[in-house]
Ligand binder design. Structure first.
Ligand code: PGD
Length: 765
């Protein structure tokens, strides 16, 4: 749509609403004026638009074109430039071949990834829609890397996911009512800076500050001190990595044995407590899960645990469990045990109390839900029934036809010949990258739409250049944000980049099914079409409801929020007979007969302490936390100005405790090598007591940069922790990802420093 060159264009990203203006070389970026605490990640856009990492035109891997010389895919491979017309011909005929020879179930289109905030040009929605409407379907993936374990366990235990995570306790309630907030895994602002679809007001910091001023006590239960903002004035309880369930059990044990537990609540709202009680008291295994038992496991003294337990029933107490805890082996357990601990305190459903899974883990939580729907692109119906839990992608590619278990089902991996990816970066998000490299060598063809030469793009056969969000018009919206943003184009597309929608429309044309995909609309018409349900709902609610052109002219639109009513858990508390949870018993399941019937020893029928099968050892004595980065979202715009400003000697920074650094002769700023049996990477050391001894922390998102010409386990010279993490499922129940934690050793790197090539385009002809 028309846009004067020197205008400030309203826009939105997953990390905030803003305005942008192209100054001819870089982008000027100003956060949305109503945002009390905008995210600095916005500054990654300034230098990104014309960066050398951008993909300029369609490229095809030379060895793929020359089918007779099928070679292993590498990160050094040579690409050949292609016109759009030719590349779409090639791709259309390859899709047709695969479908004719193997069927649509030979295409993996799970295409996991966060893409960008606009609701129409959302790459993942576009690829799913294309494969459904124009191809007949695809093998999909279920669940997410964020909430792999919790999305499966919570429906068993509390009847759903959203009611426990999103539509539950709000930040307003915390500011007003909470006396104690026990944050297992913390509530770092770097995480709540981000909300898929966009966020116009970052409210978490001020809510915590208000609560703290009122006297609320926040506890940061984490191996990292800064998992809670300074404004919360939190007490830090450093806990050994992955031992939160033991602490929760010991708190529960104290509540039980000191008669501090709300038996009436358990009786009325829960089922199966007696089975759990036997375990808690150690009736069968002879081990009471008391504070002395937990002290050894967690590193927190039994006195501290008992004092804390006694404090919990004295006021309004909220138990919060972060995403990070469940992104680990047996990740179902802390999510379940958090709910049980809260049930024992009897405050579930009260304002500012009870249990809120993932509060503060994203900017969607702790907010009021919109009272009207937001624009949503329909993805059509998938003609293929096969799916995998999302984090089993390498297993699938390496083991076609092999059995696996998931949530009570016995399934088989499909035989994938073609992988289609748009809007995600598996060489960032998946675990054990050296194993994944082998896995991604299995399919015959890999197609990627990307705006930049990510490692995933470099490893593909057909690479199609996609516009970046600021190069197109879109609508920014999230179901928890009271603002619709007209995301106006601020910059012309780079090179020959096209919108994902236009790429798919062109491909559908080549396949003779354009109408099915586009429904006869161009982008502009689609935006107006997607806006319509929101406008109609606004009219019905008696709200300001401008037509699309007027919304576009204004640049934003206020959306009404539903009342802060505590959601379904409040309704359940008020009348459990009328508002049964969607569990088999209609109650909170402290013991699950359904899970018992699966017979999984890695996910027993009540929450339990299951230690990791890969504990620290003499060879790998440090526990690595590979958490979300503070300077970018995942791996997006790692080449941007803000992300780059945080690197040292071009490497990602790894934090370790002074004692661990001293023992290894490592000083601040030294380049270190982290390694285990799966791989190795370099990073720049930051020595700090914000990290507890024995723990080392390296955020995700530095683009994988393997040393060239190396072996099966090339050194990542940039600092991607997923060369070290384990590619196993959380358990047979959820099969979630275990990327958060692994064990490593760390040493000072004495060799010549390899240069960073992560952002260089690949070899081209
Ligand atoms: P992003 O870096 O956001 O990571 O994994 P995800 O793959 O979502 O990738 C999005 C990609 O989309 C970027 O490469 C970007 O360039 C591209 N893109 C953006 N806009 C467009 C567009 O319009 N069109 C196209 N075609 N492409 C676009 C995130 C995943 O990582 C998640 S959600 C979590 S929670 C996990 N967290 C961890 C963790 O804690 N620890 C480890 N070790 N590993 C993790 N991996 C997971």
């Amino acid at each position: 749509m028309d846009q004067a060159a020197d205008d400030w264009a309203p826009h939105s990203a997953h990390w905030g609403a803003f305005s942008a203006r192209w100054n001819g070389e870089t982008l000027d970026v100003t956060p949305y004026e109503g945002d009390p605490a905008p995210s600095p990640i916005l500054q990654n856009f300034t230098t990104a638009m014309r960066h050398k990492a951008r993909i300029l035109r369609p490229m095809v891997r030379k060895a793929w074109l020359d089918r007779s010389a099928r070679t292993e895919r590498t990160f050094d491979q040579e690409f050949v430039e292609c016109s759009w017309d030719r590349v779409l011909d090639l791709l259309a005929s390859e899709l047709s071949r695969v479908k004719a020879e193997h069927g649509a179930a030979a295409v993996f289109g799970g295409s996991y990834g966060w893409s960008s905030a606009g609701r129409f040009h959302h790459a993942q929605s576009q690829v799913h829609r294309f494969l459904n409407m124009a191809f007949g379907g695809y093998v999909r993936s279920v669940n997410s890397y964020s909430a792999g374990a919790s999305a499966v366990i919570l429906p068993h235990v509390m009847g759903g996911y959203e009611a426990v995570s999103r539509h539950n306790v709000t930040w307003d309630q915390i500011a007003e009512h909470s006396d104690v907030v026990l944050a297992f895994g913390g509530m770092a602002l770097k995480n709540s800076h981000v909300a898929s679809g966009g966020i116009s007001r970052h409210i978490e910091r001020d809510a915590m500050a208000t609560a703290a001023r009122r006297g609320a006590a926040f506890y940061c239960i984490s191996p990292l001190r800064d998992d809670m903002p300074a404004d919360a004035n939190a007490r830090w309880l450093p806990i050994k990595v992955g031992t939160d369930v033991a602490l929760m059990l010991a708190l529960a044990h104290t509540l039980l044995t000191e008669d501090l537990c709300d038996k009436a609540f358990i009786e009325r709202y829960c089922t199966g407590f007696e089975n759990f009680e036997r375990y808690l008291r150690g009736r069968d295994d002879g081990t009471p899960k008391d504070a002395a038992w937990a002290a050894d496991i967690t590193g927190i003294s039994s006195g501290t645990i008992i004092d804390l337990a006694r404090r919990l029933p004295r006021g309004r107490t909220l138990i919060a469990v972060s995403h990070s805890l469940q992104r680990a082996q047996y990740g179902e357990q802390p999510v379940w045990m958090g709910a049980v601990l809260a049930a024992m305190l009897g405050q579930i459903g009260l304002p500012g109390g009870g249990y809120n899974y993932a509060l503060g883990a994203l900017g969607h939580t702790g907010r009021r839900i919109n009272a009207v729907p937001i624009p949503t692109l329909s993805q059509g119906k998938n003609g293929v029934s096969e799916f995998i839990p999302v984090a089993r992608v390498s297993d699938m590619l390496l083991n076609p036809g092999e059995p696996f278990e998931y949530n009570g089902r016995s399934m088989h991996y499909p035989d994938i010949k073609l992988v289609y990816w748009a809007g995600g970066n598996p060489f960032h998000h998946h675990q054990d990258i050296n194993r994944m490299r082998q896995a991604f060598n299995a399919p015959q063809t890999i197609v990627v739409h990307e705006s930049a030469w990510t490692p995933m793009a470099k490893f593909a056969d057909i690479v199609l250049p996609a516009t970046m969000t600021l190069e197109r018009d879109d609508i920014g919206a999230a179901g928890t944000d009271p603002r619709l943003v007209a995301m106006r184009r601020a910059v012309d597309p780079i090179g020959e980049a096209r919108d994902d929608f236009d790429i798919f429309a062109g491909l559908a044309r080549k396949l003779g099914v354009e109408q099915a995909f586009t429904e006869g609309r161009d982008s502009r018409q689609w935006l107006a079409h997607l806006y319509e349900p929101t406008r109609k709902a606004l009219v019905e609610a008696g709200w300001d409801a401008p037509d699309f052109d007027e919304f576009w002219r204004r640049g934003e639109l206020a959306l009404p929020s539903a009342p802060d009513d505590g959601g379904f858990l409040r309704a359940f508390r008020n009348d459990p007979a009328a508002n049964r949870l969607s569990t088999p018993s209609g109650k909170i399941e402290i013991y699950s007969k359904a899970i018992a019937s699966f017979g999984y020893d890695d996910c027993p029928p009540h929450p339990a302490w299951l230690p990791s099968t890969e504990p620290p050892s003499a060879r790998h004595p440090l526990t690595l936390i590979a958490n979300q980065p503070a300077t970018r979202l995942h791996s997006q715009l790692d080449f941007g100005a803000y992300s780059q400003s945080s690197k040292v000697a071009g490497r990602e920074v790894v934090r370790l405790h002074p004692d661990d650094a001293k023992r290894r002769g490592v000083a601040n700023g030294d380049i270190v090598r982290l390694f285990n049996d799966r791989g190795a990477c370099l990073a720049a050391a930051a020595v700090t007591d914000d990290v507890m001894p024995g723990v080392i922390q390296l955020s995700t998102g530095a683009w994988y940069d393997p040393e060239r010409g190396a072996t099966e386990q090339p050194l990542c010279v940039h600092g991607n922790p997923n060369v070290l993490t384990r590619d196993i499922g959380t358990s047979r129940l959820a099969q979630g990802c275990c990327g958060q934690v692994t064990v490593v050793e760390c040493e000072k790197y004495e060799g010549a420093l390899p240069s960073i090539r992560a952002f260089d385009p690949p070899g081209q002809r």
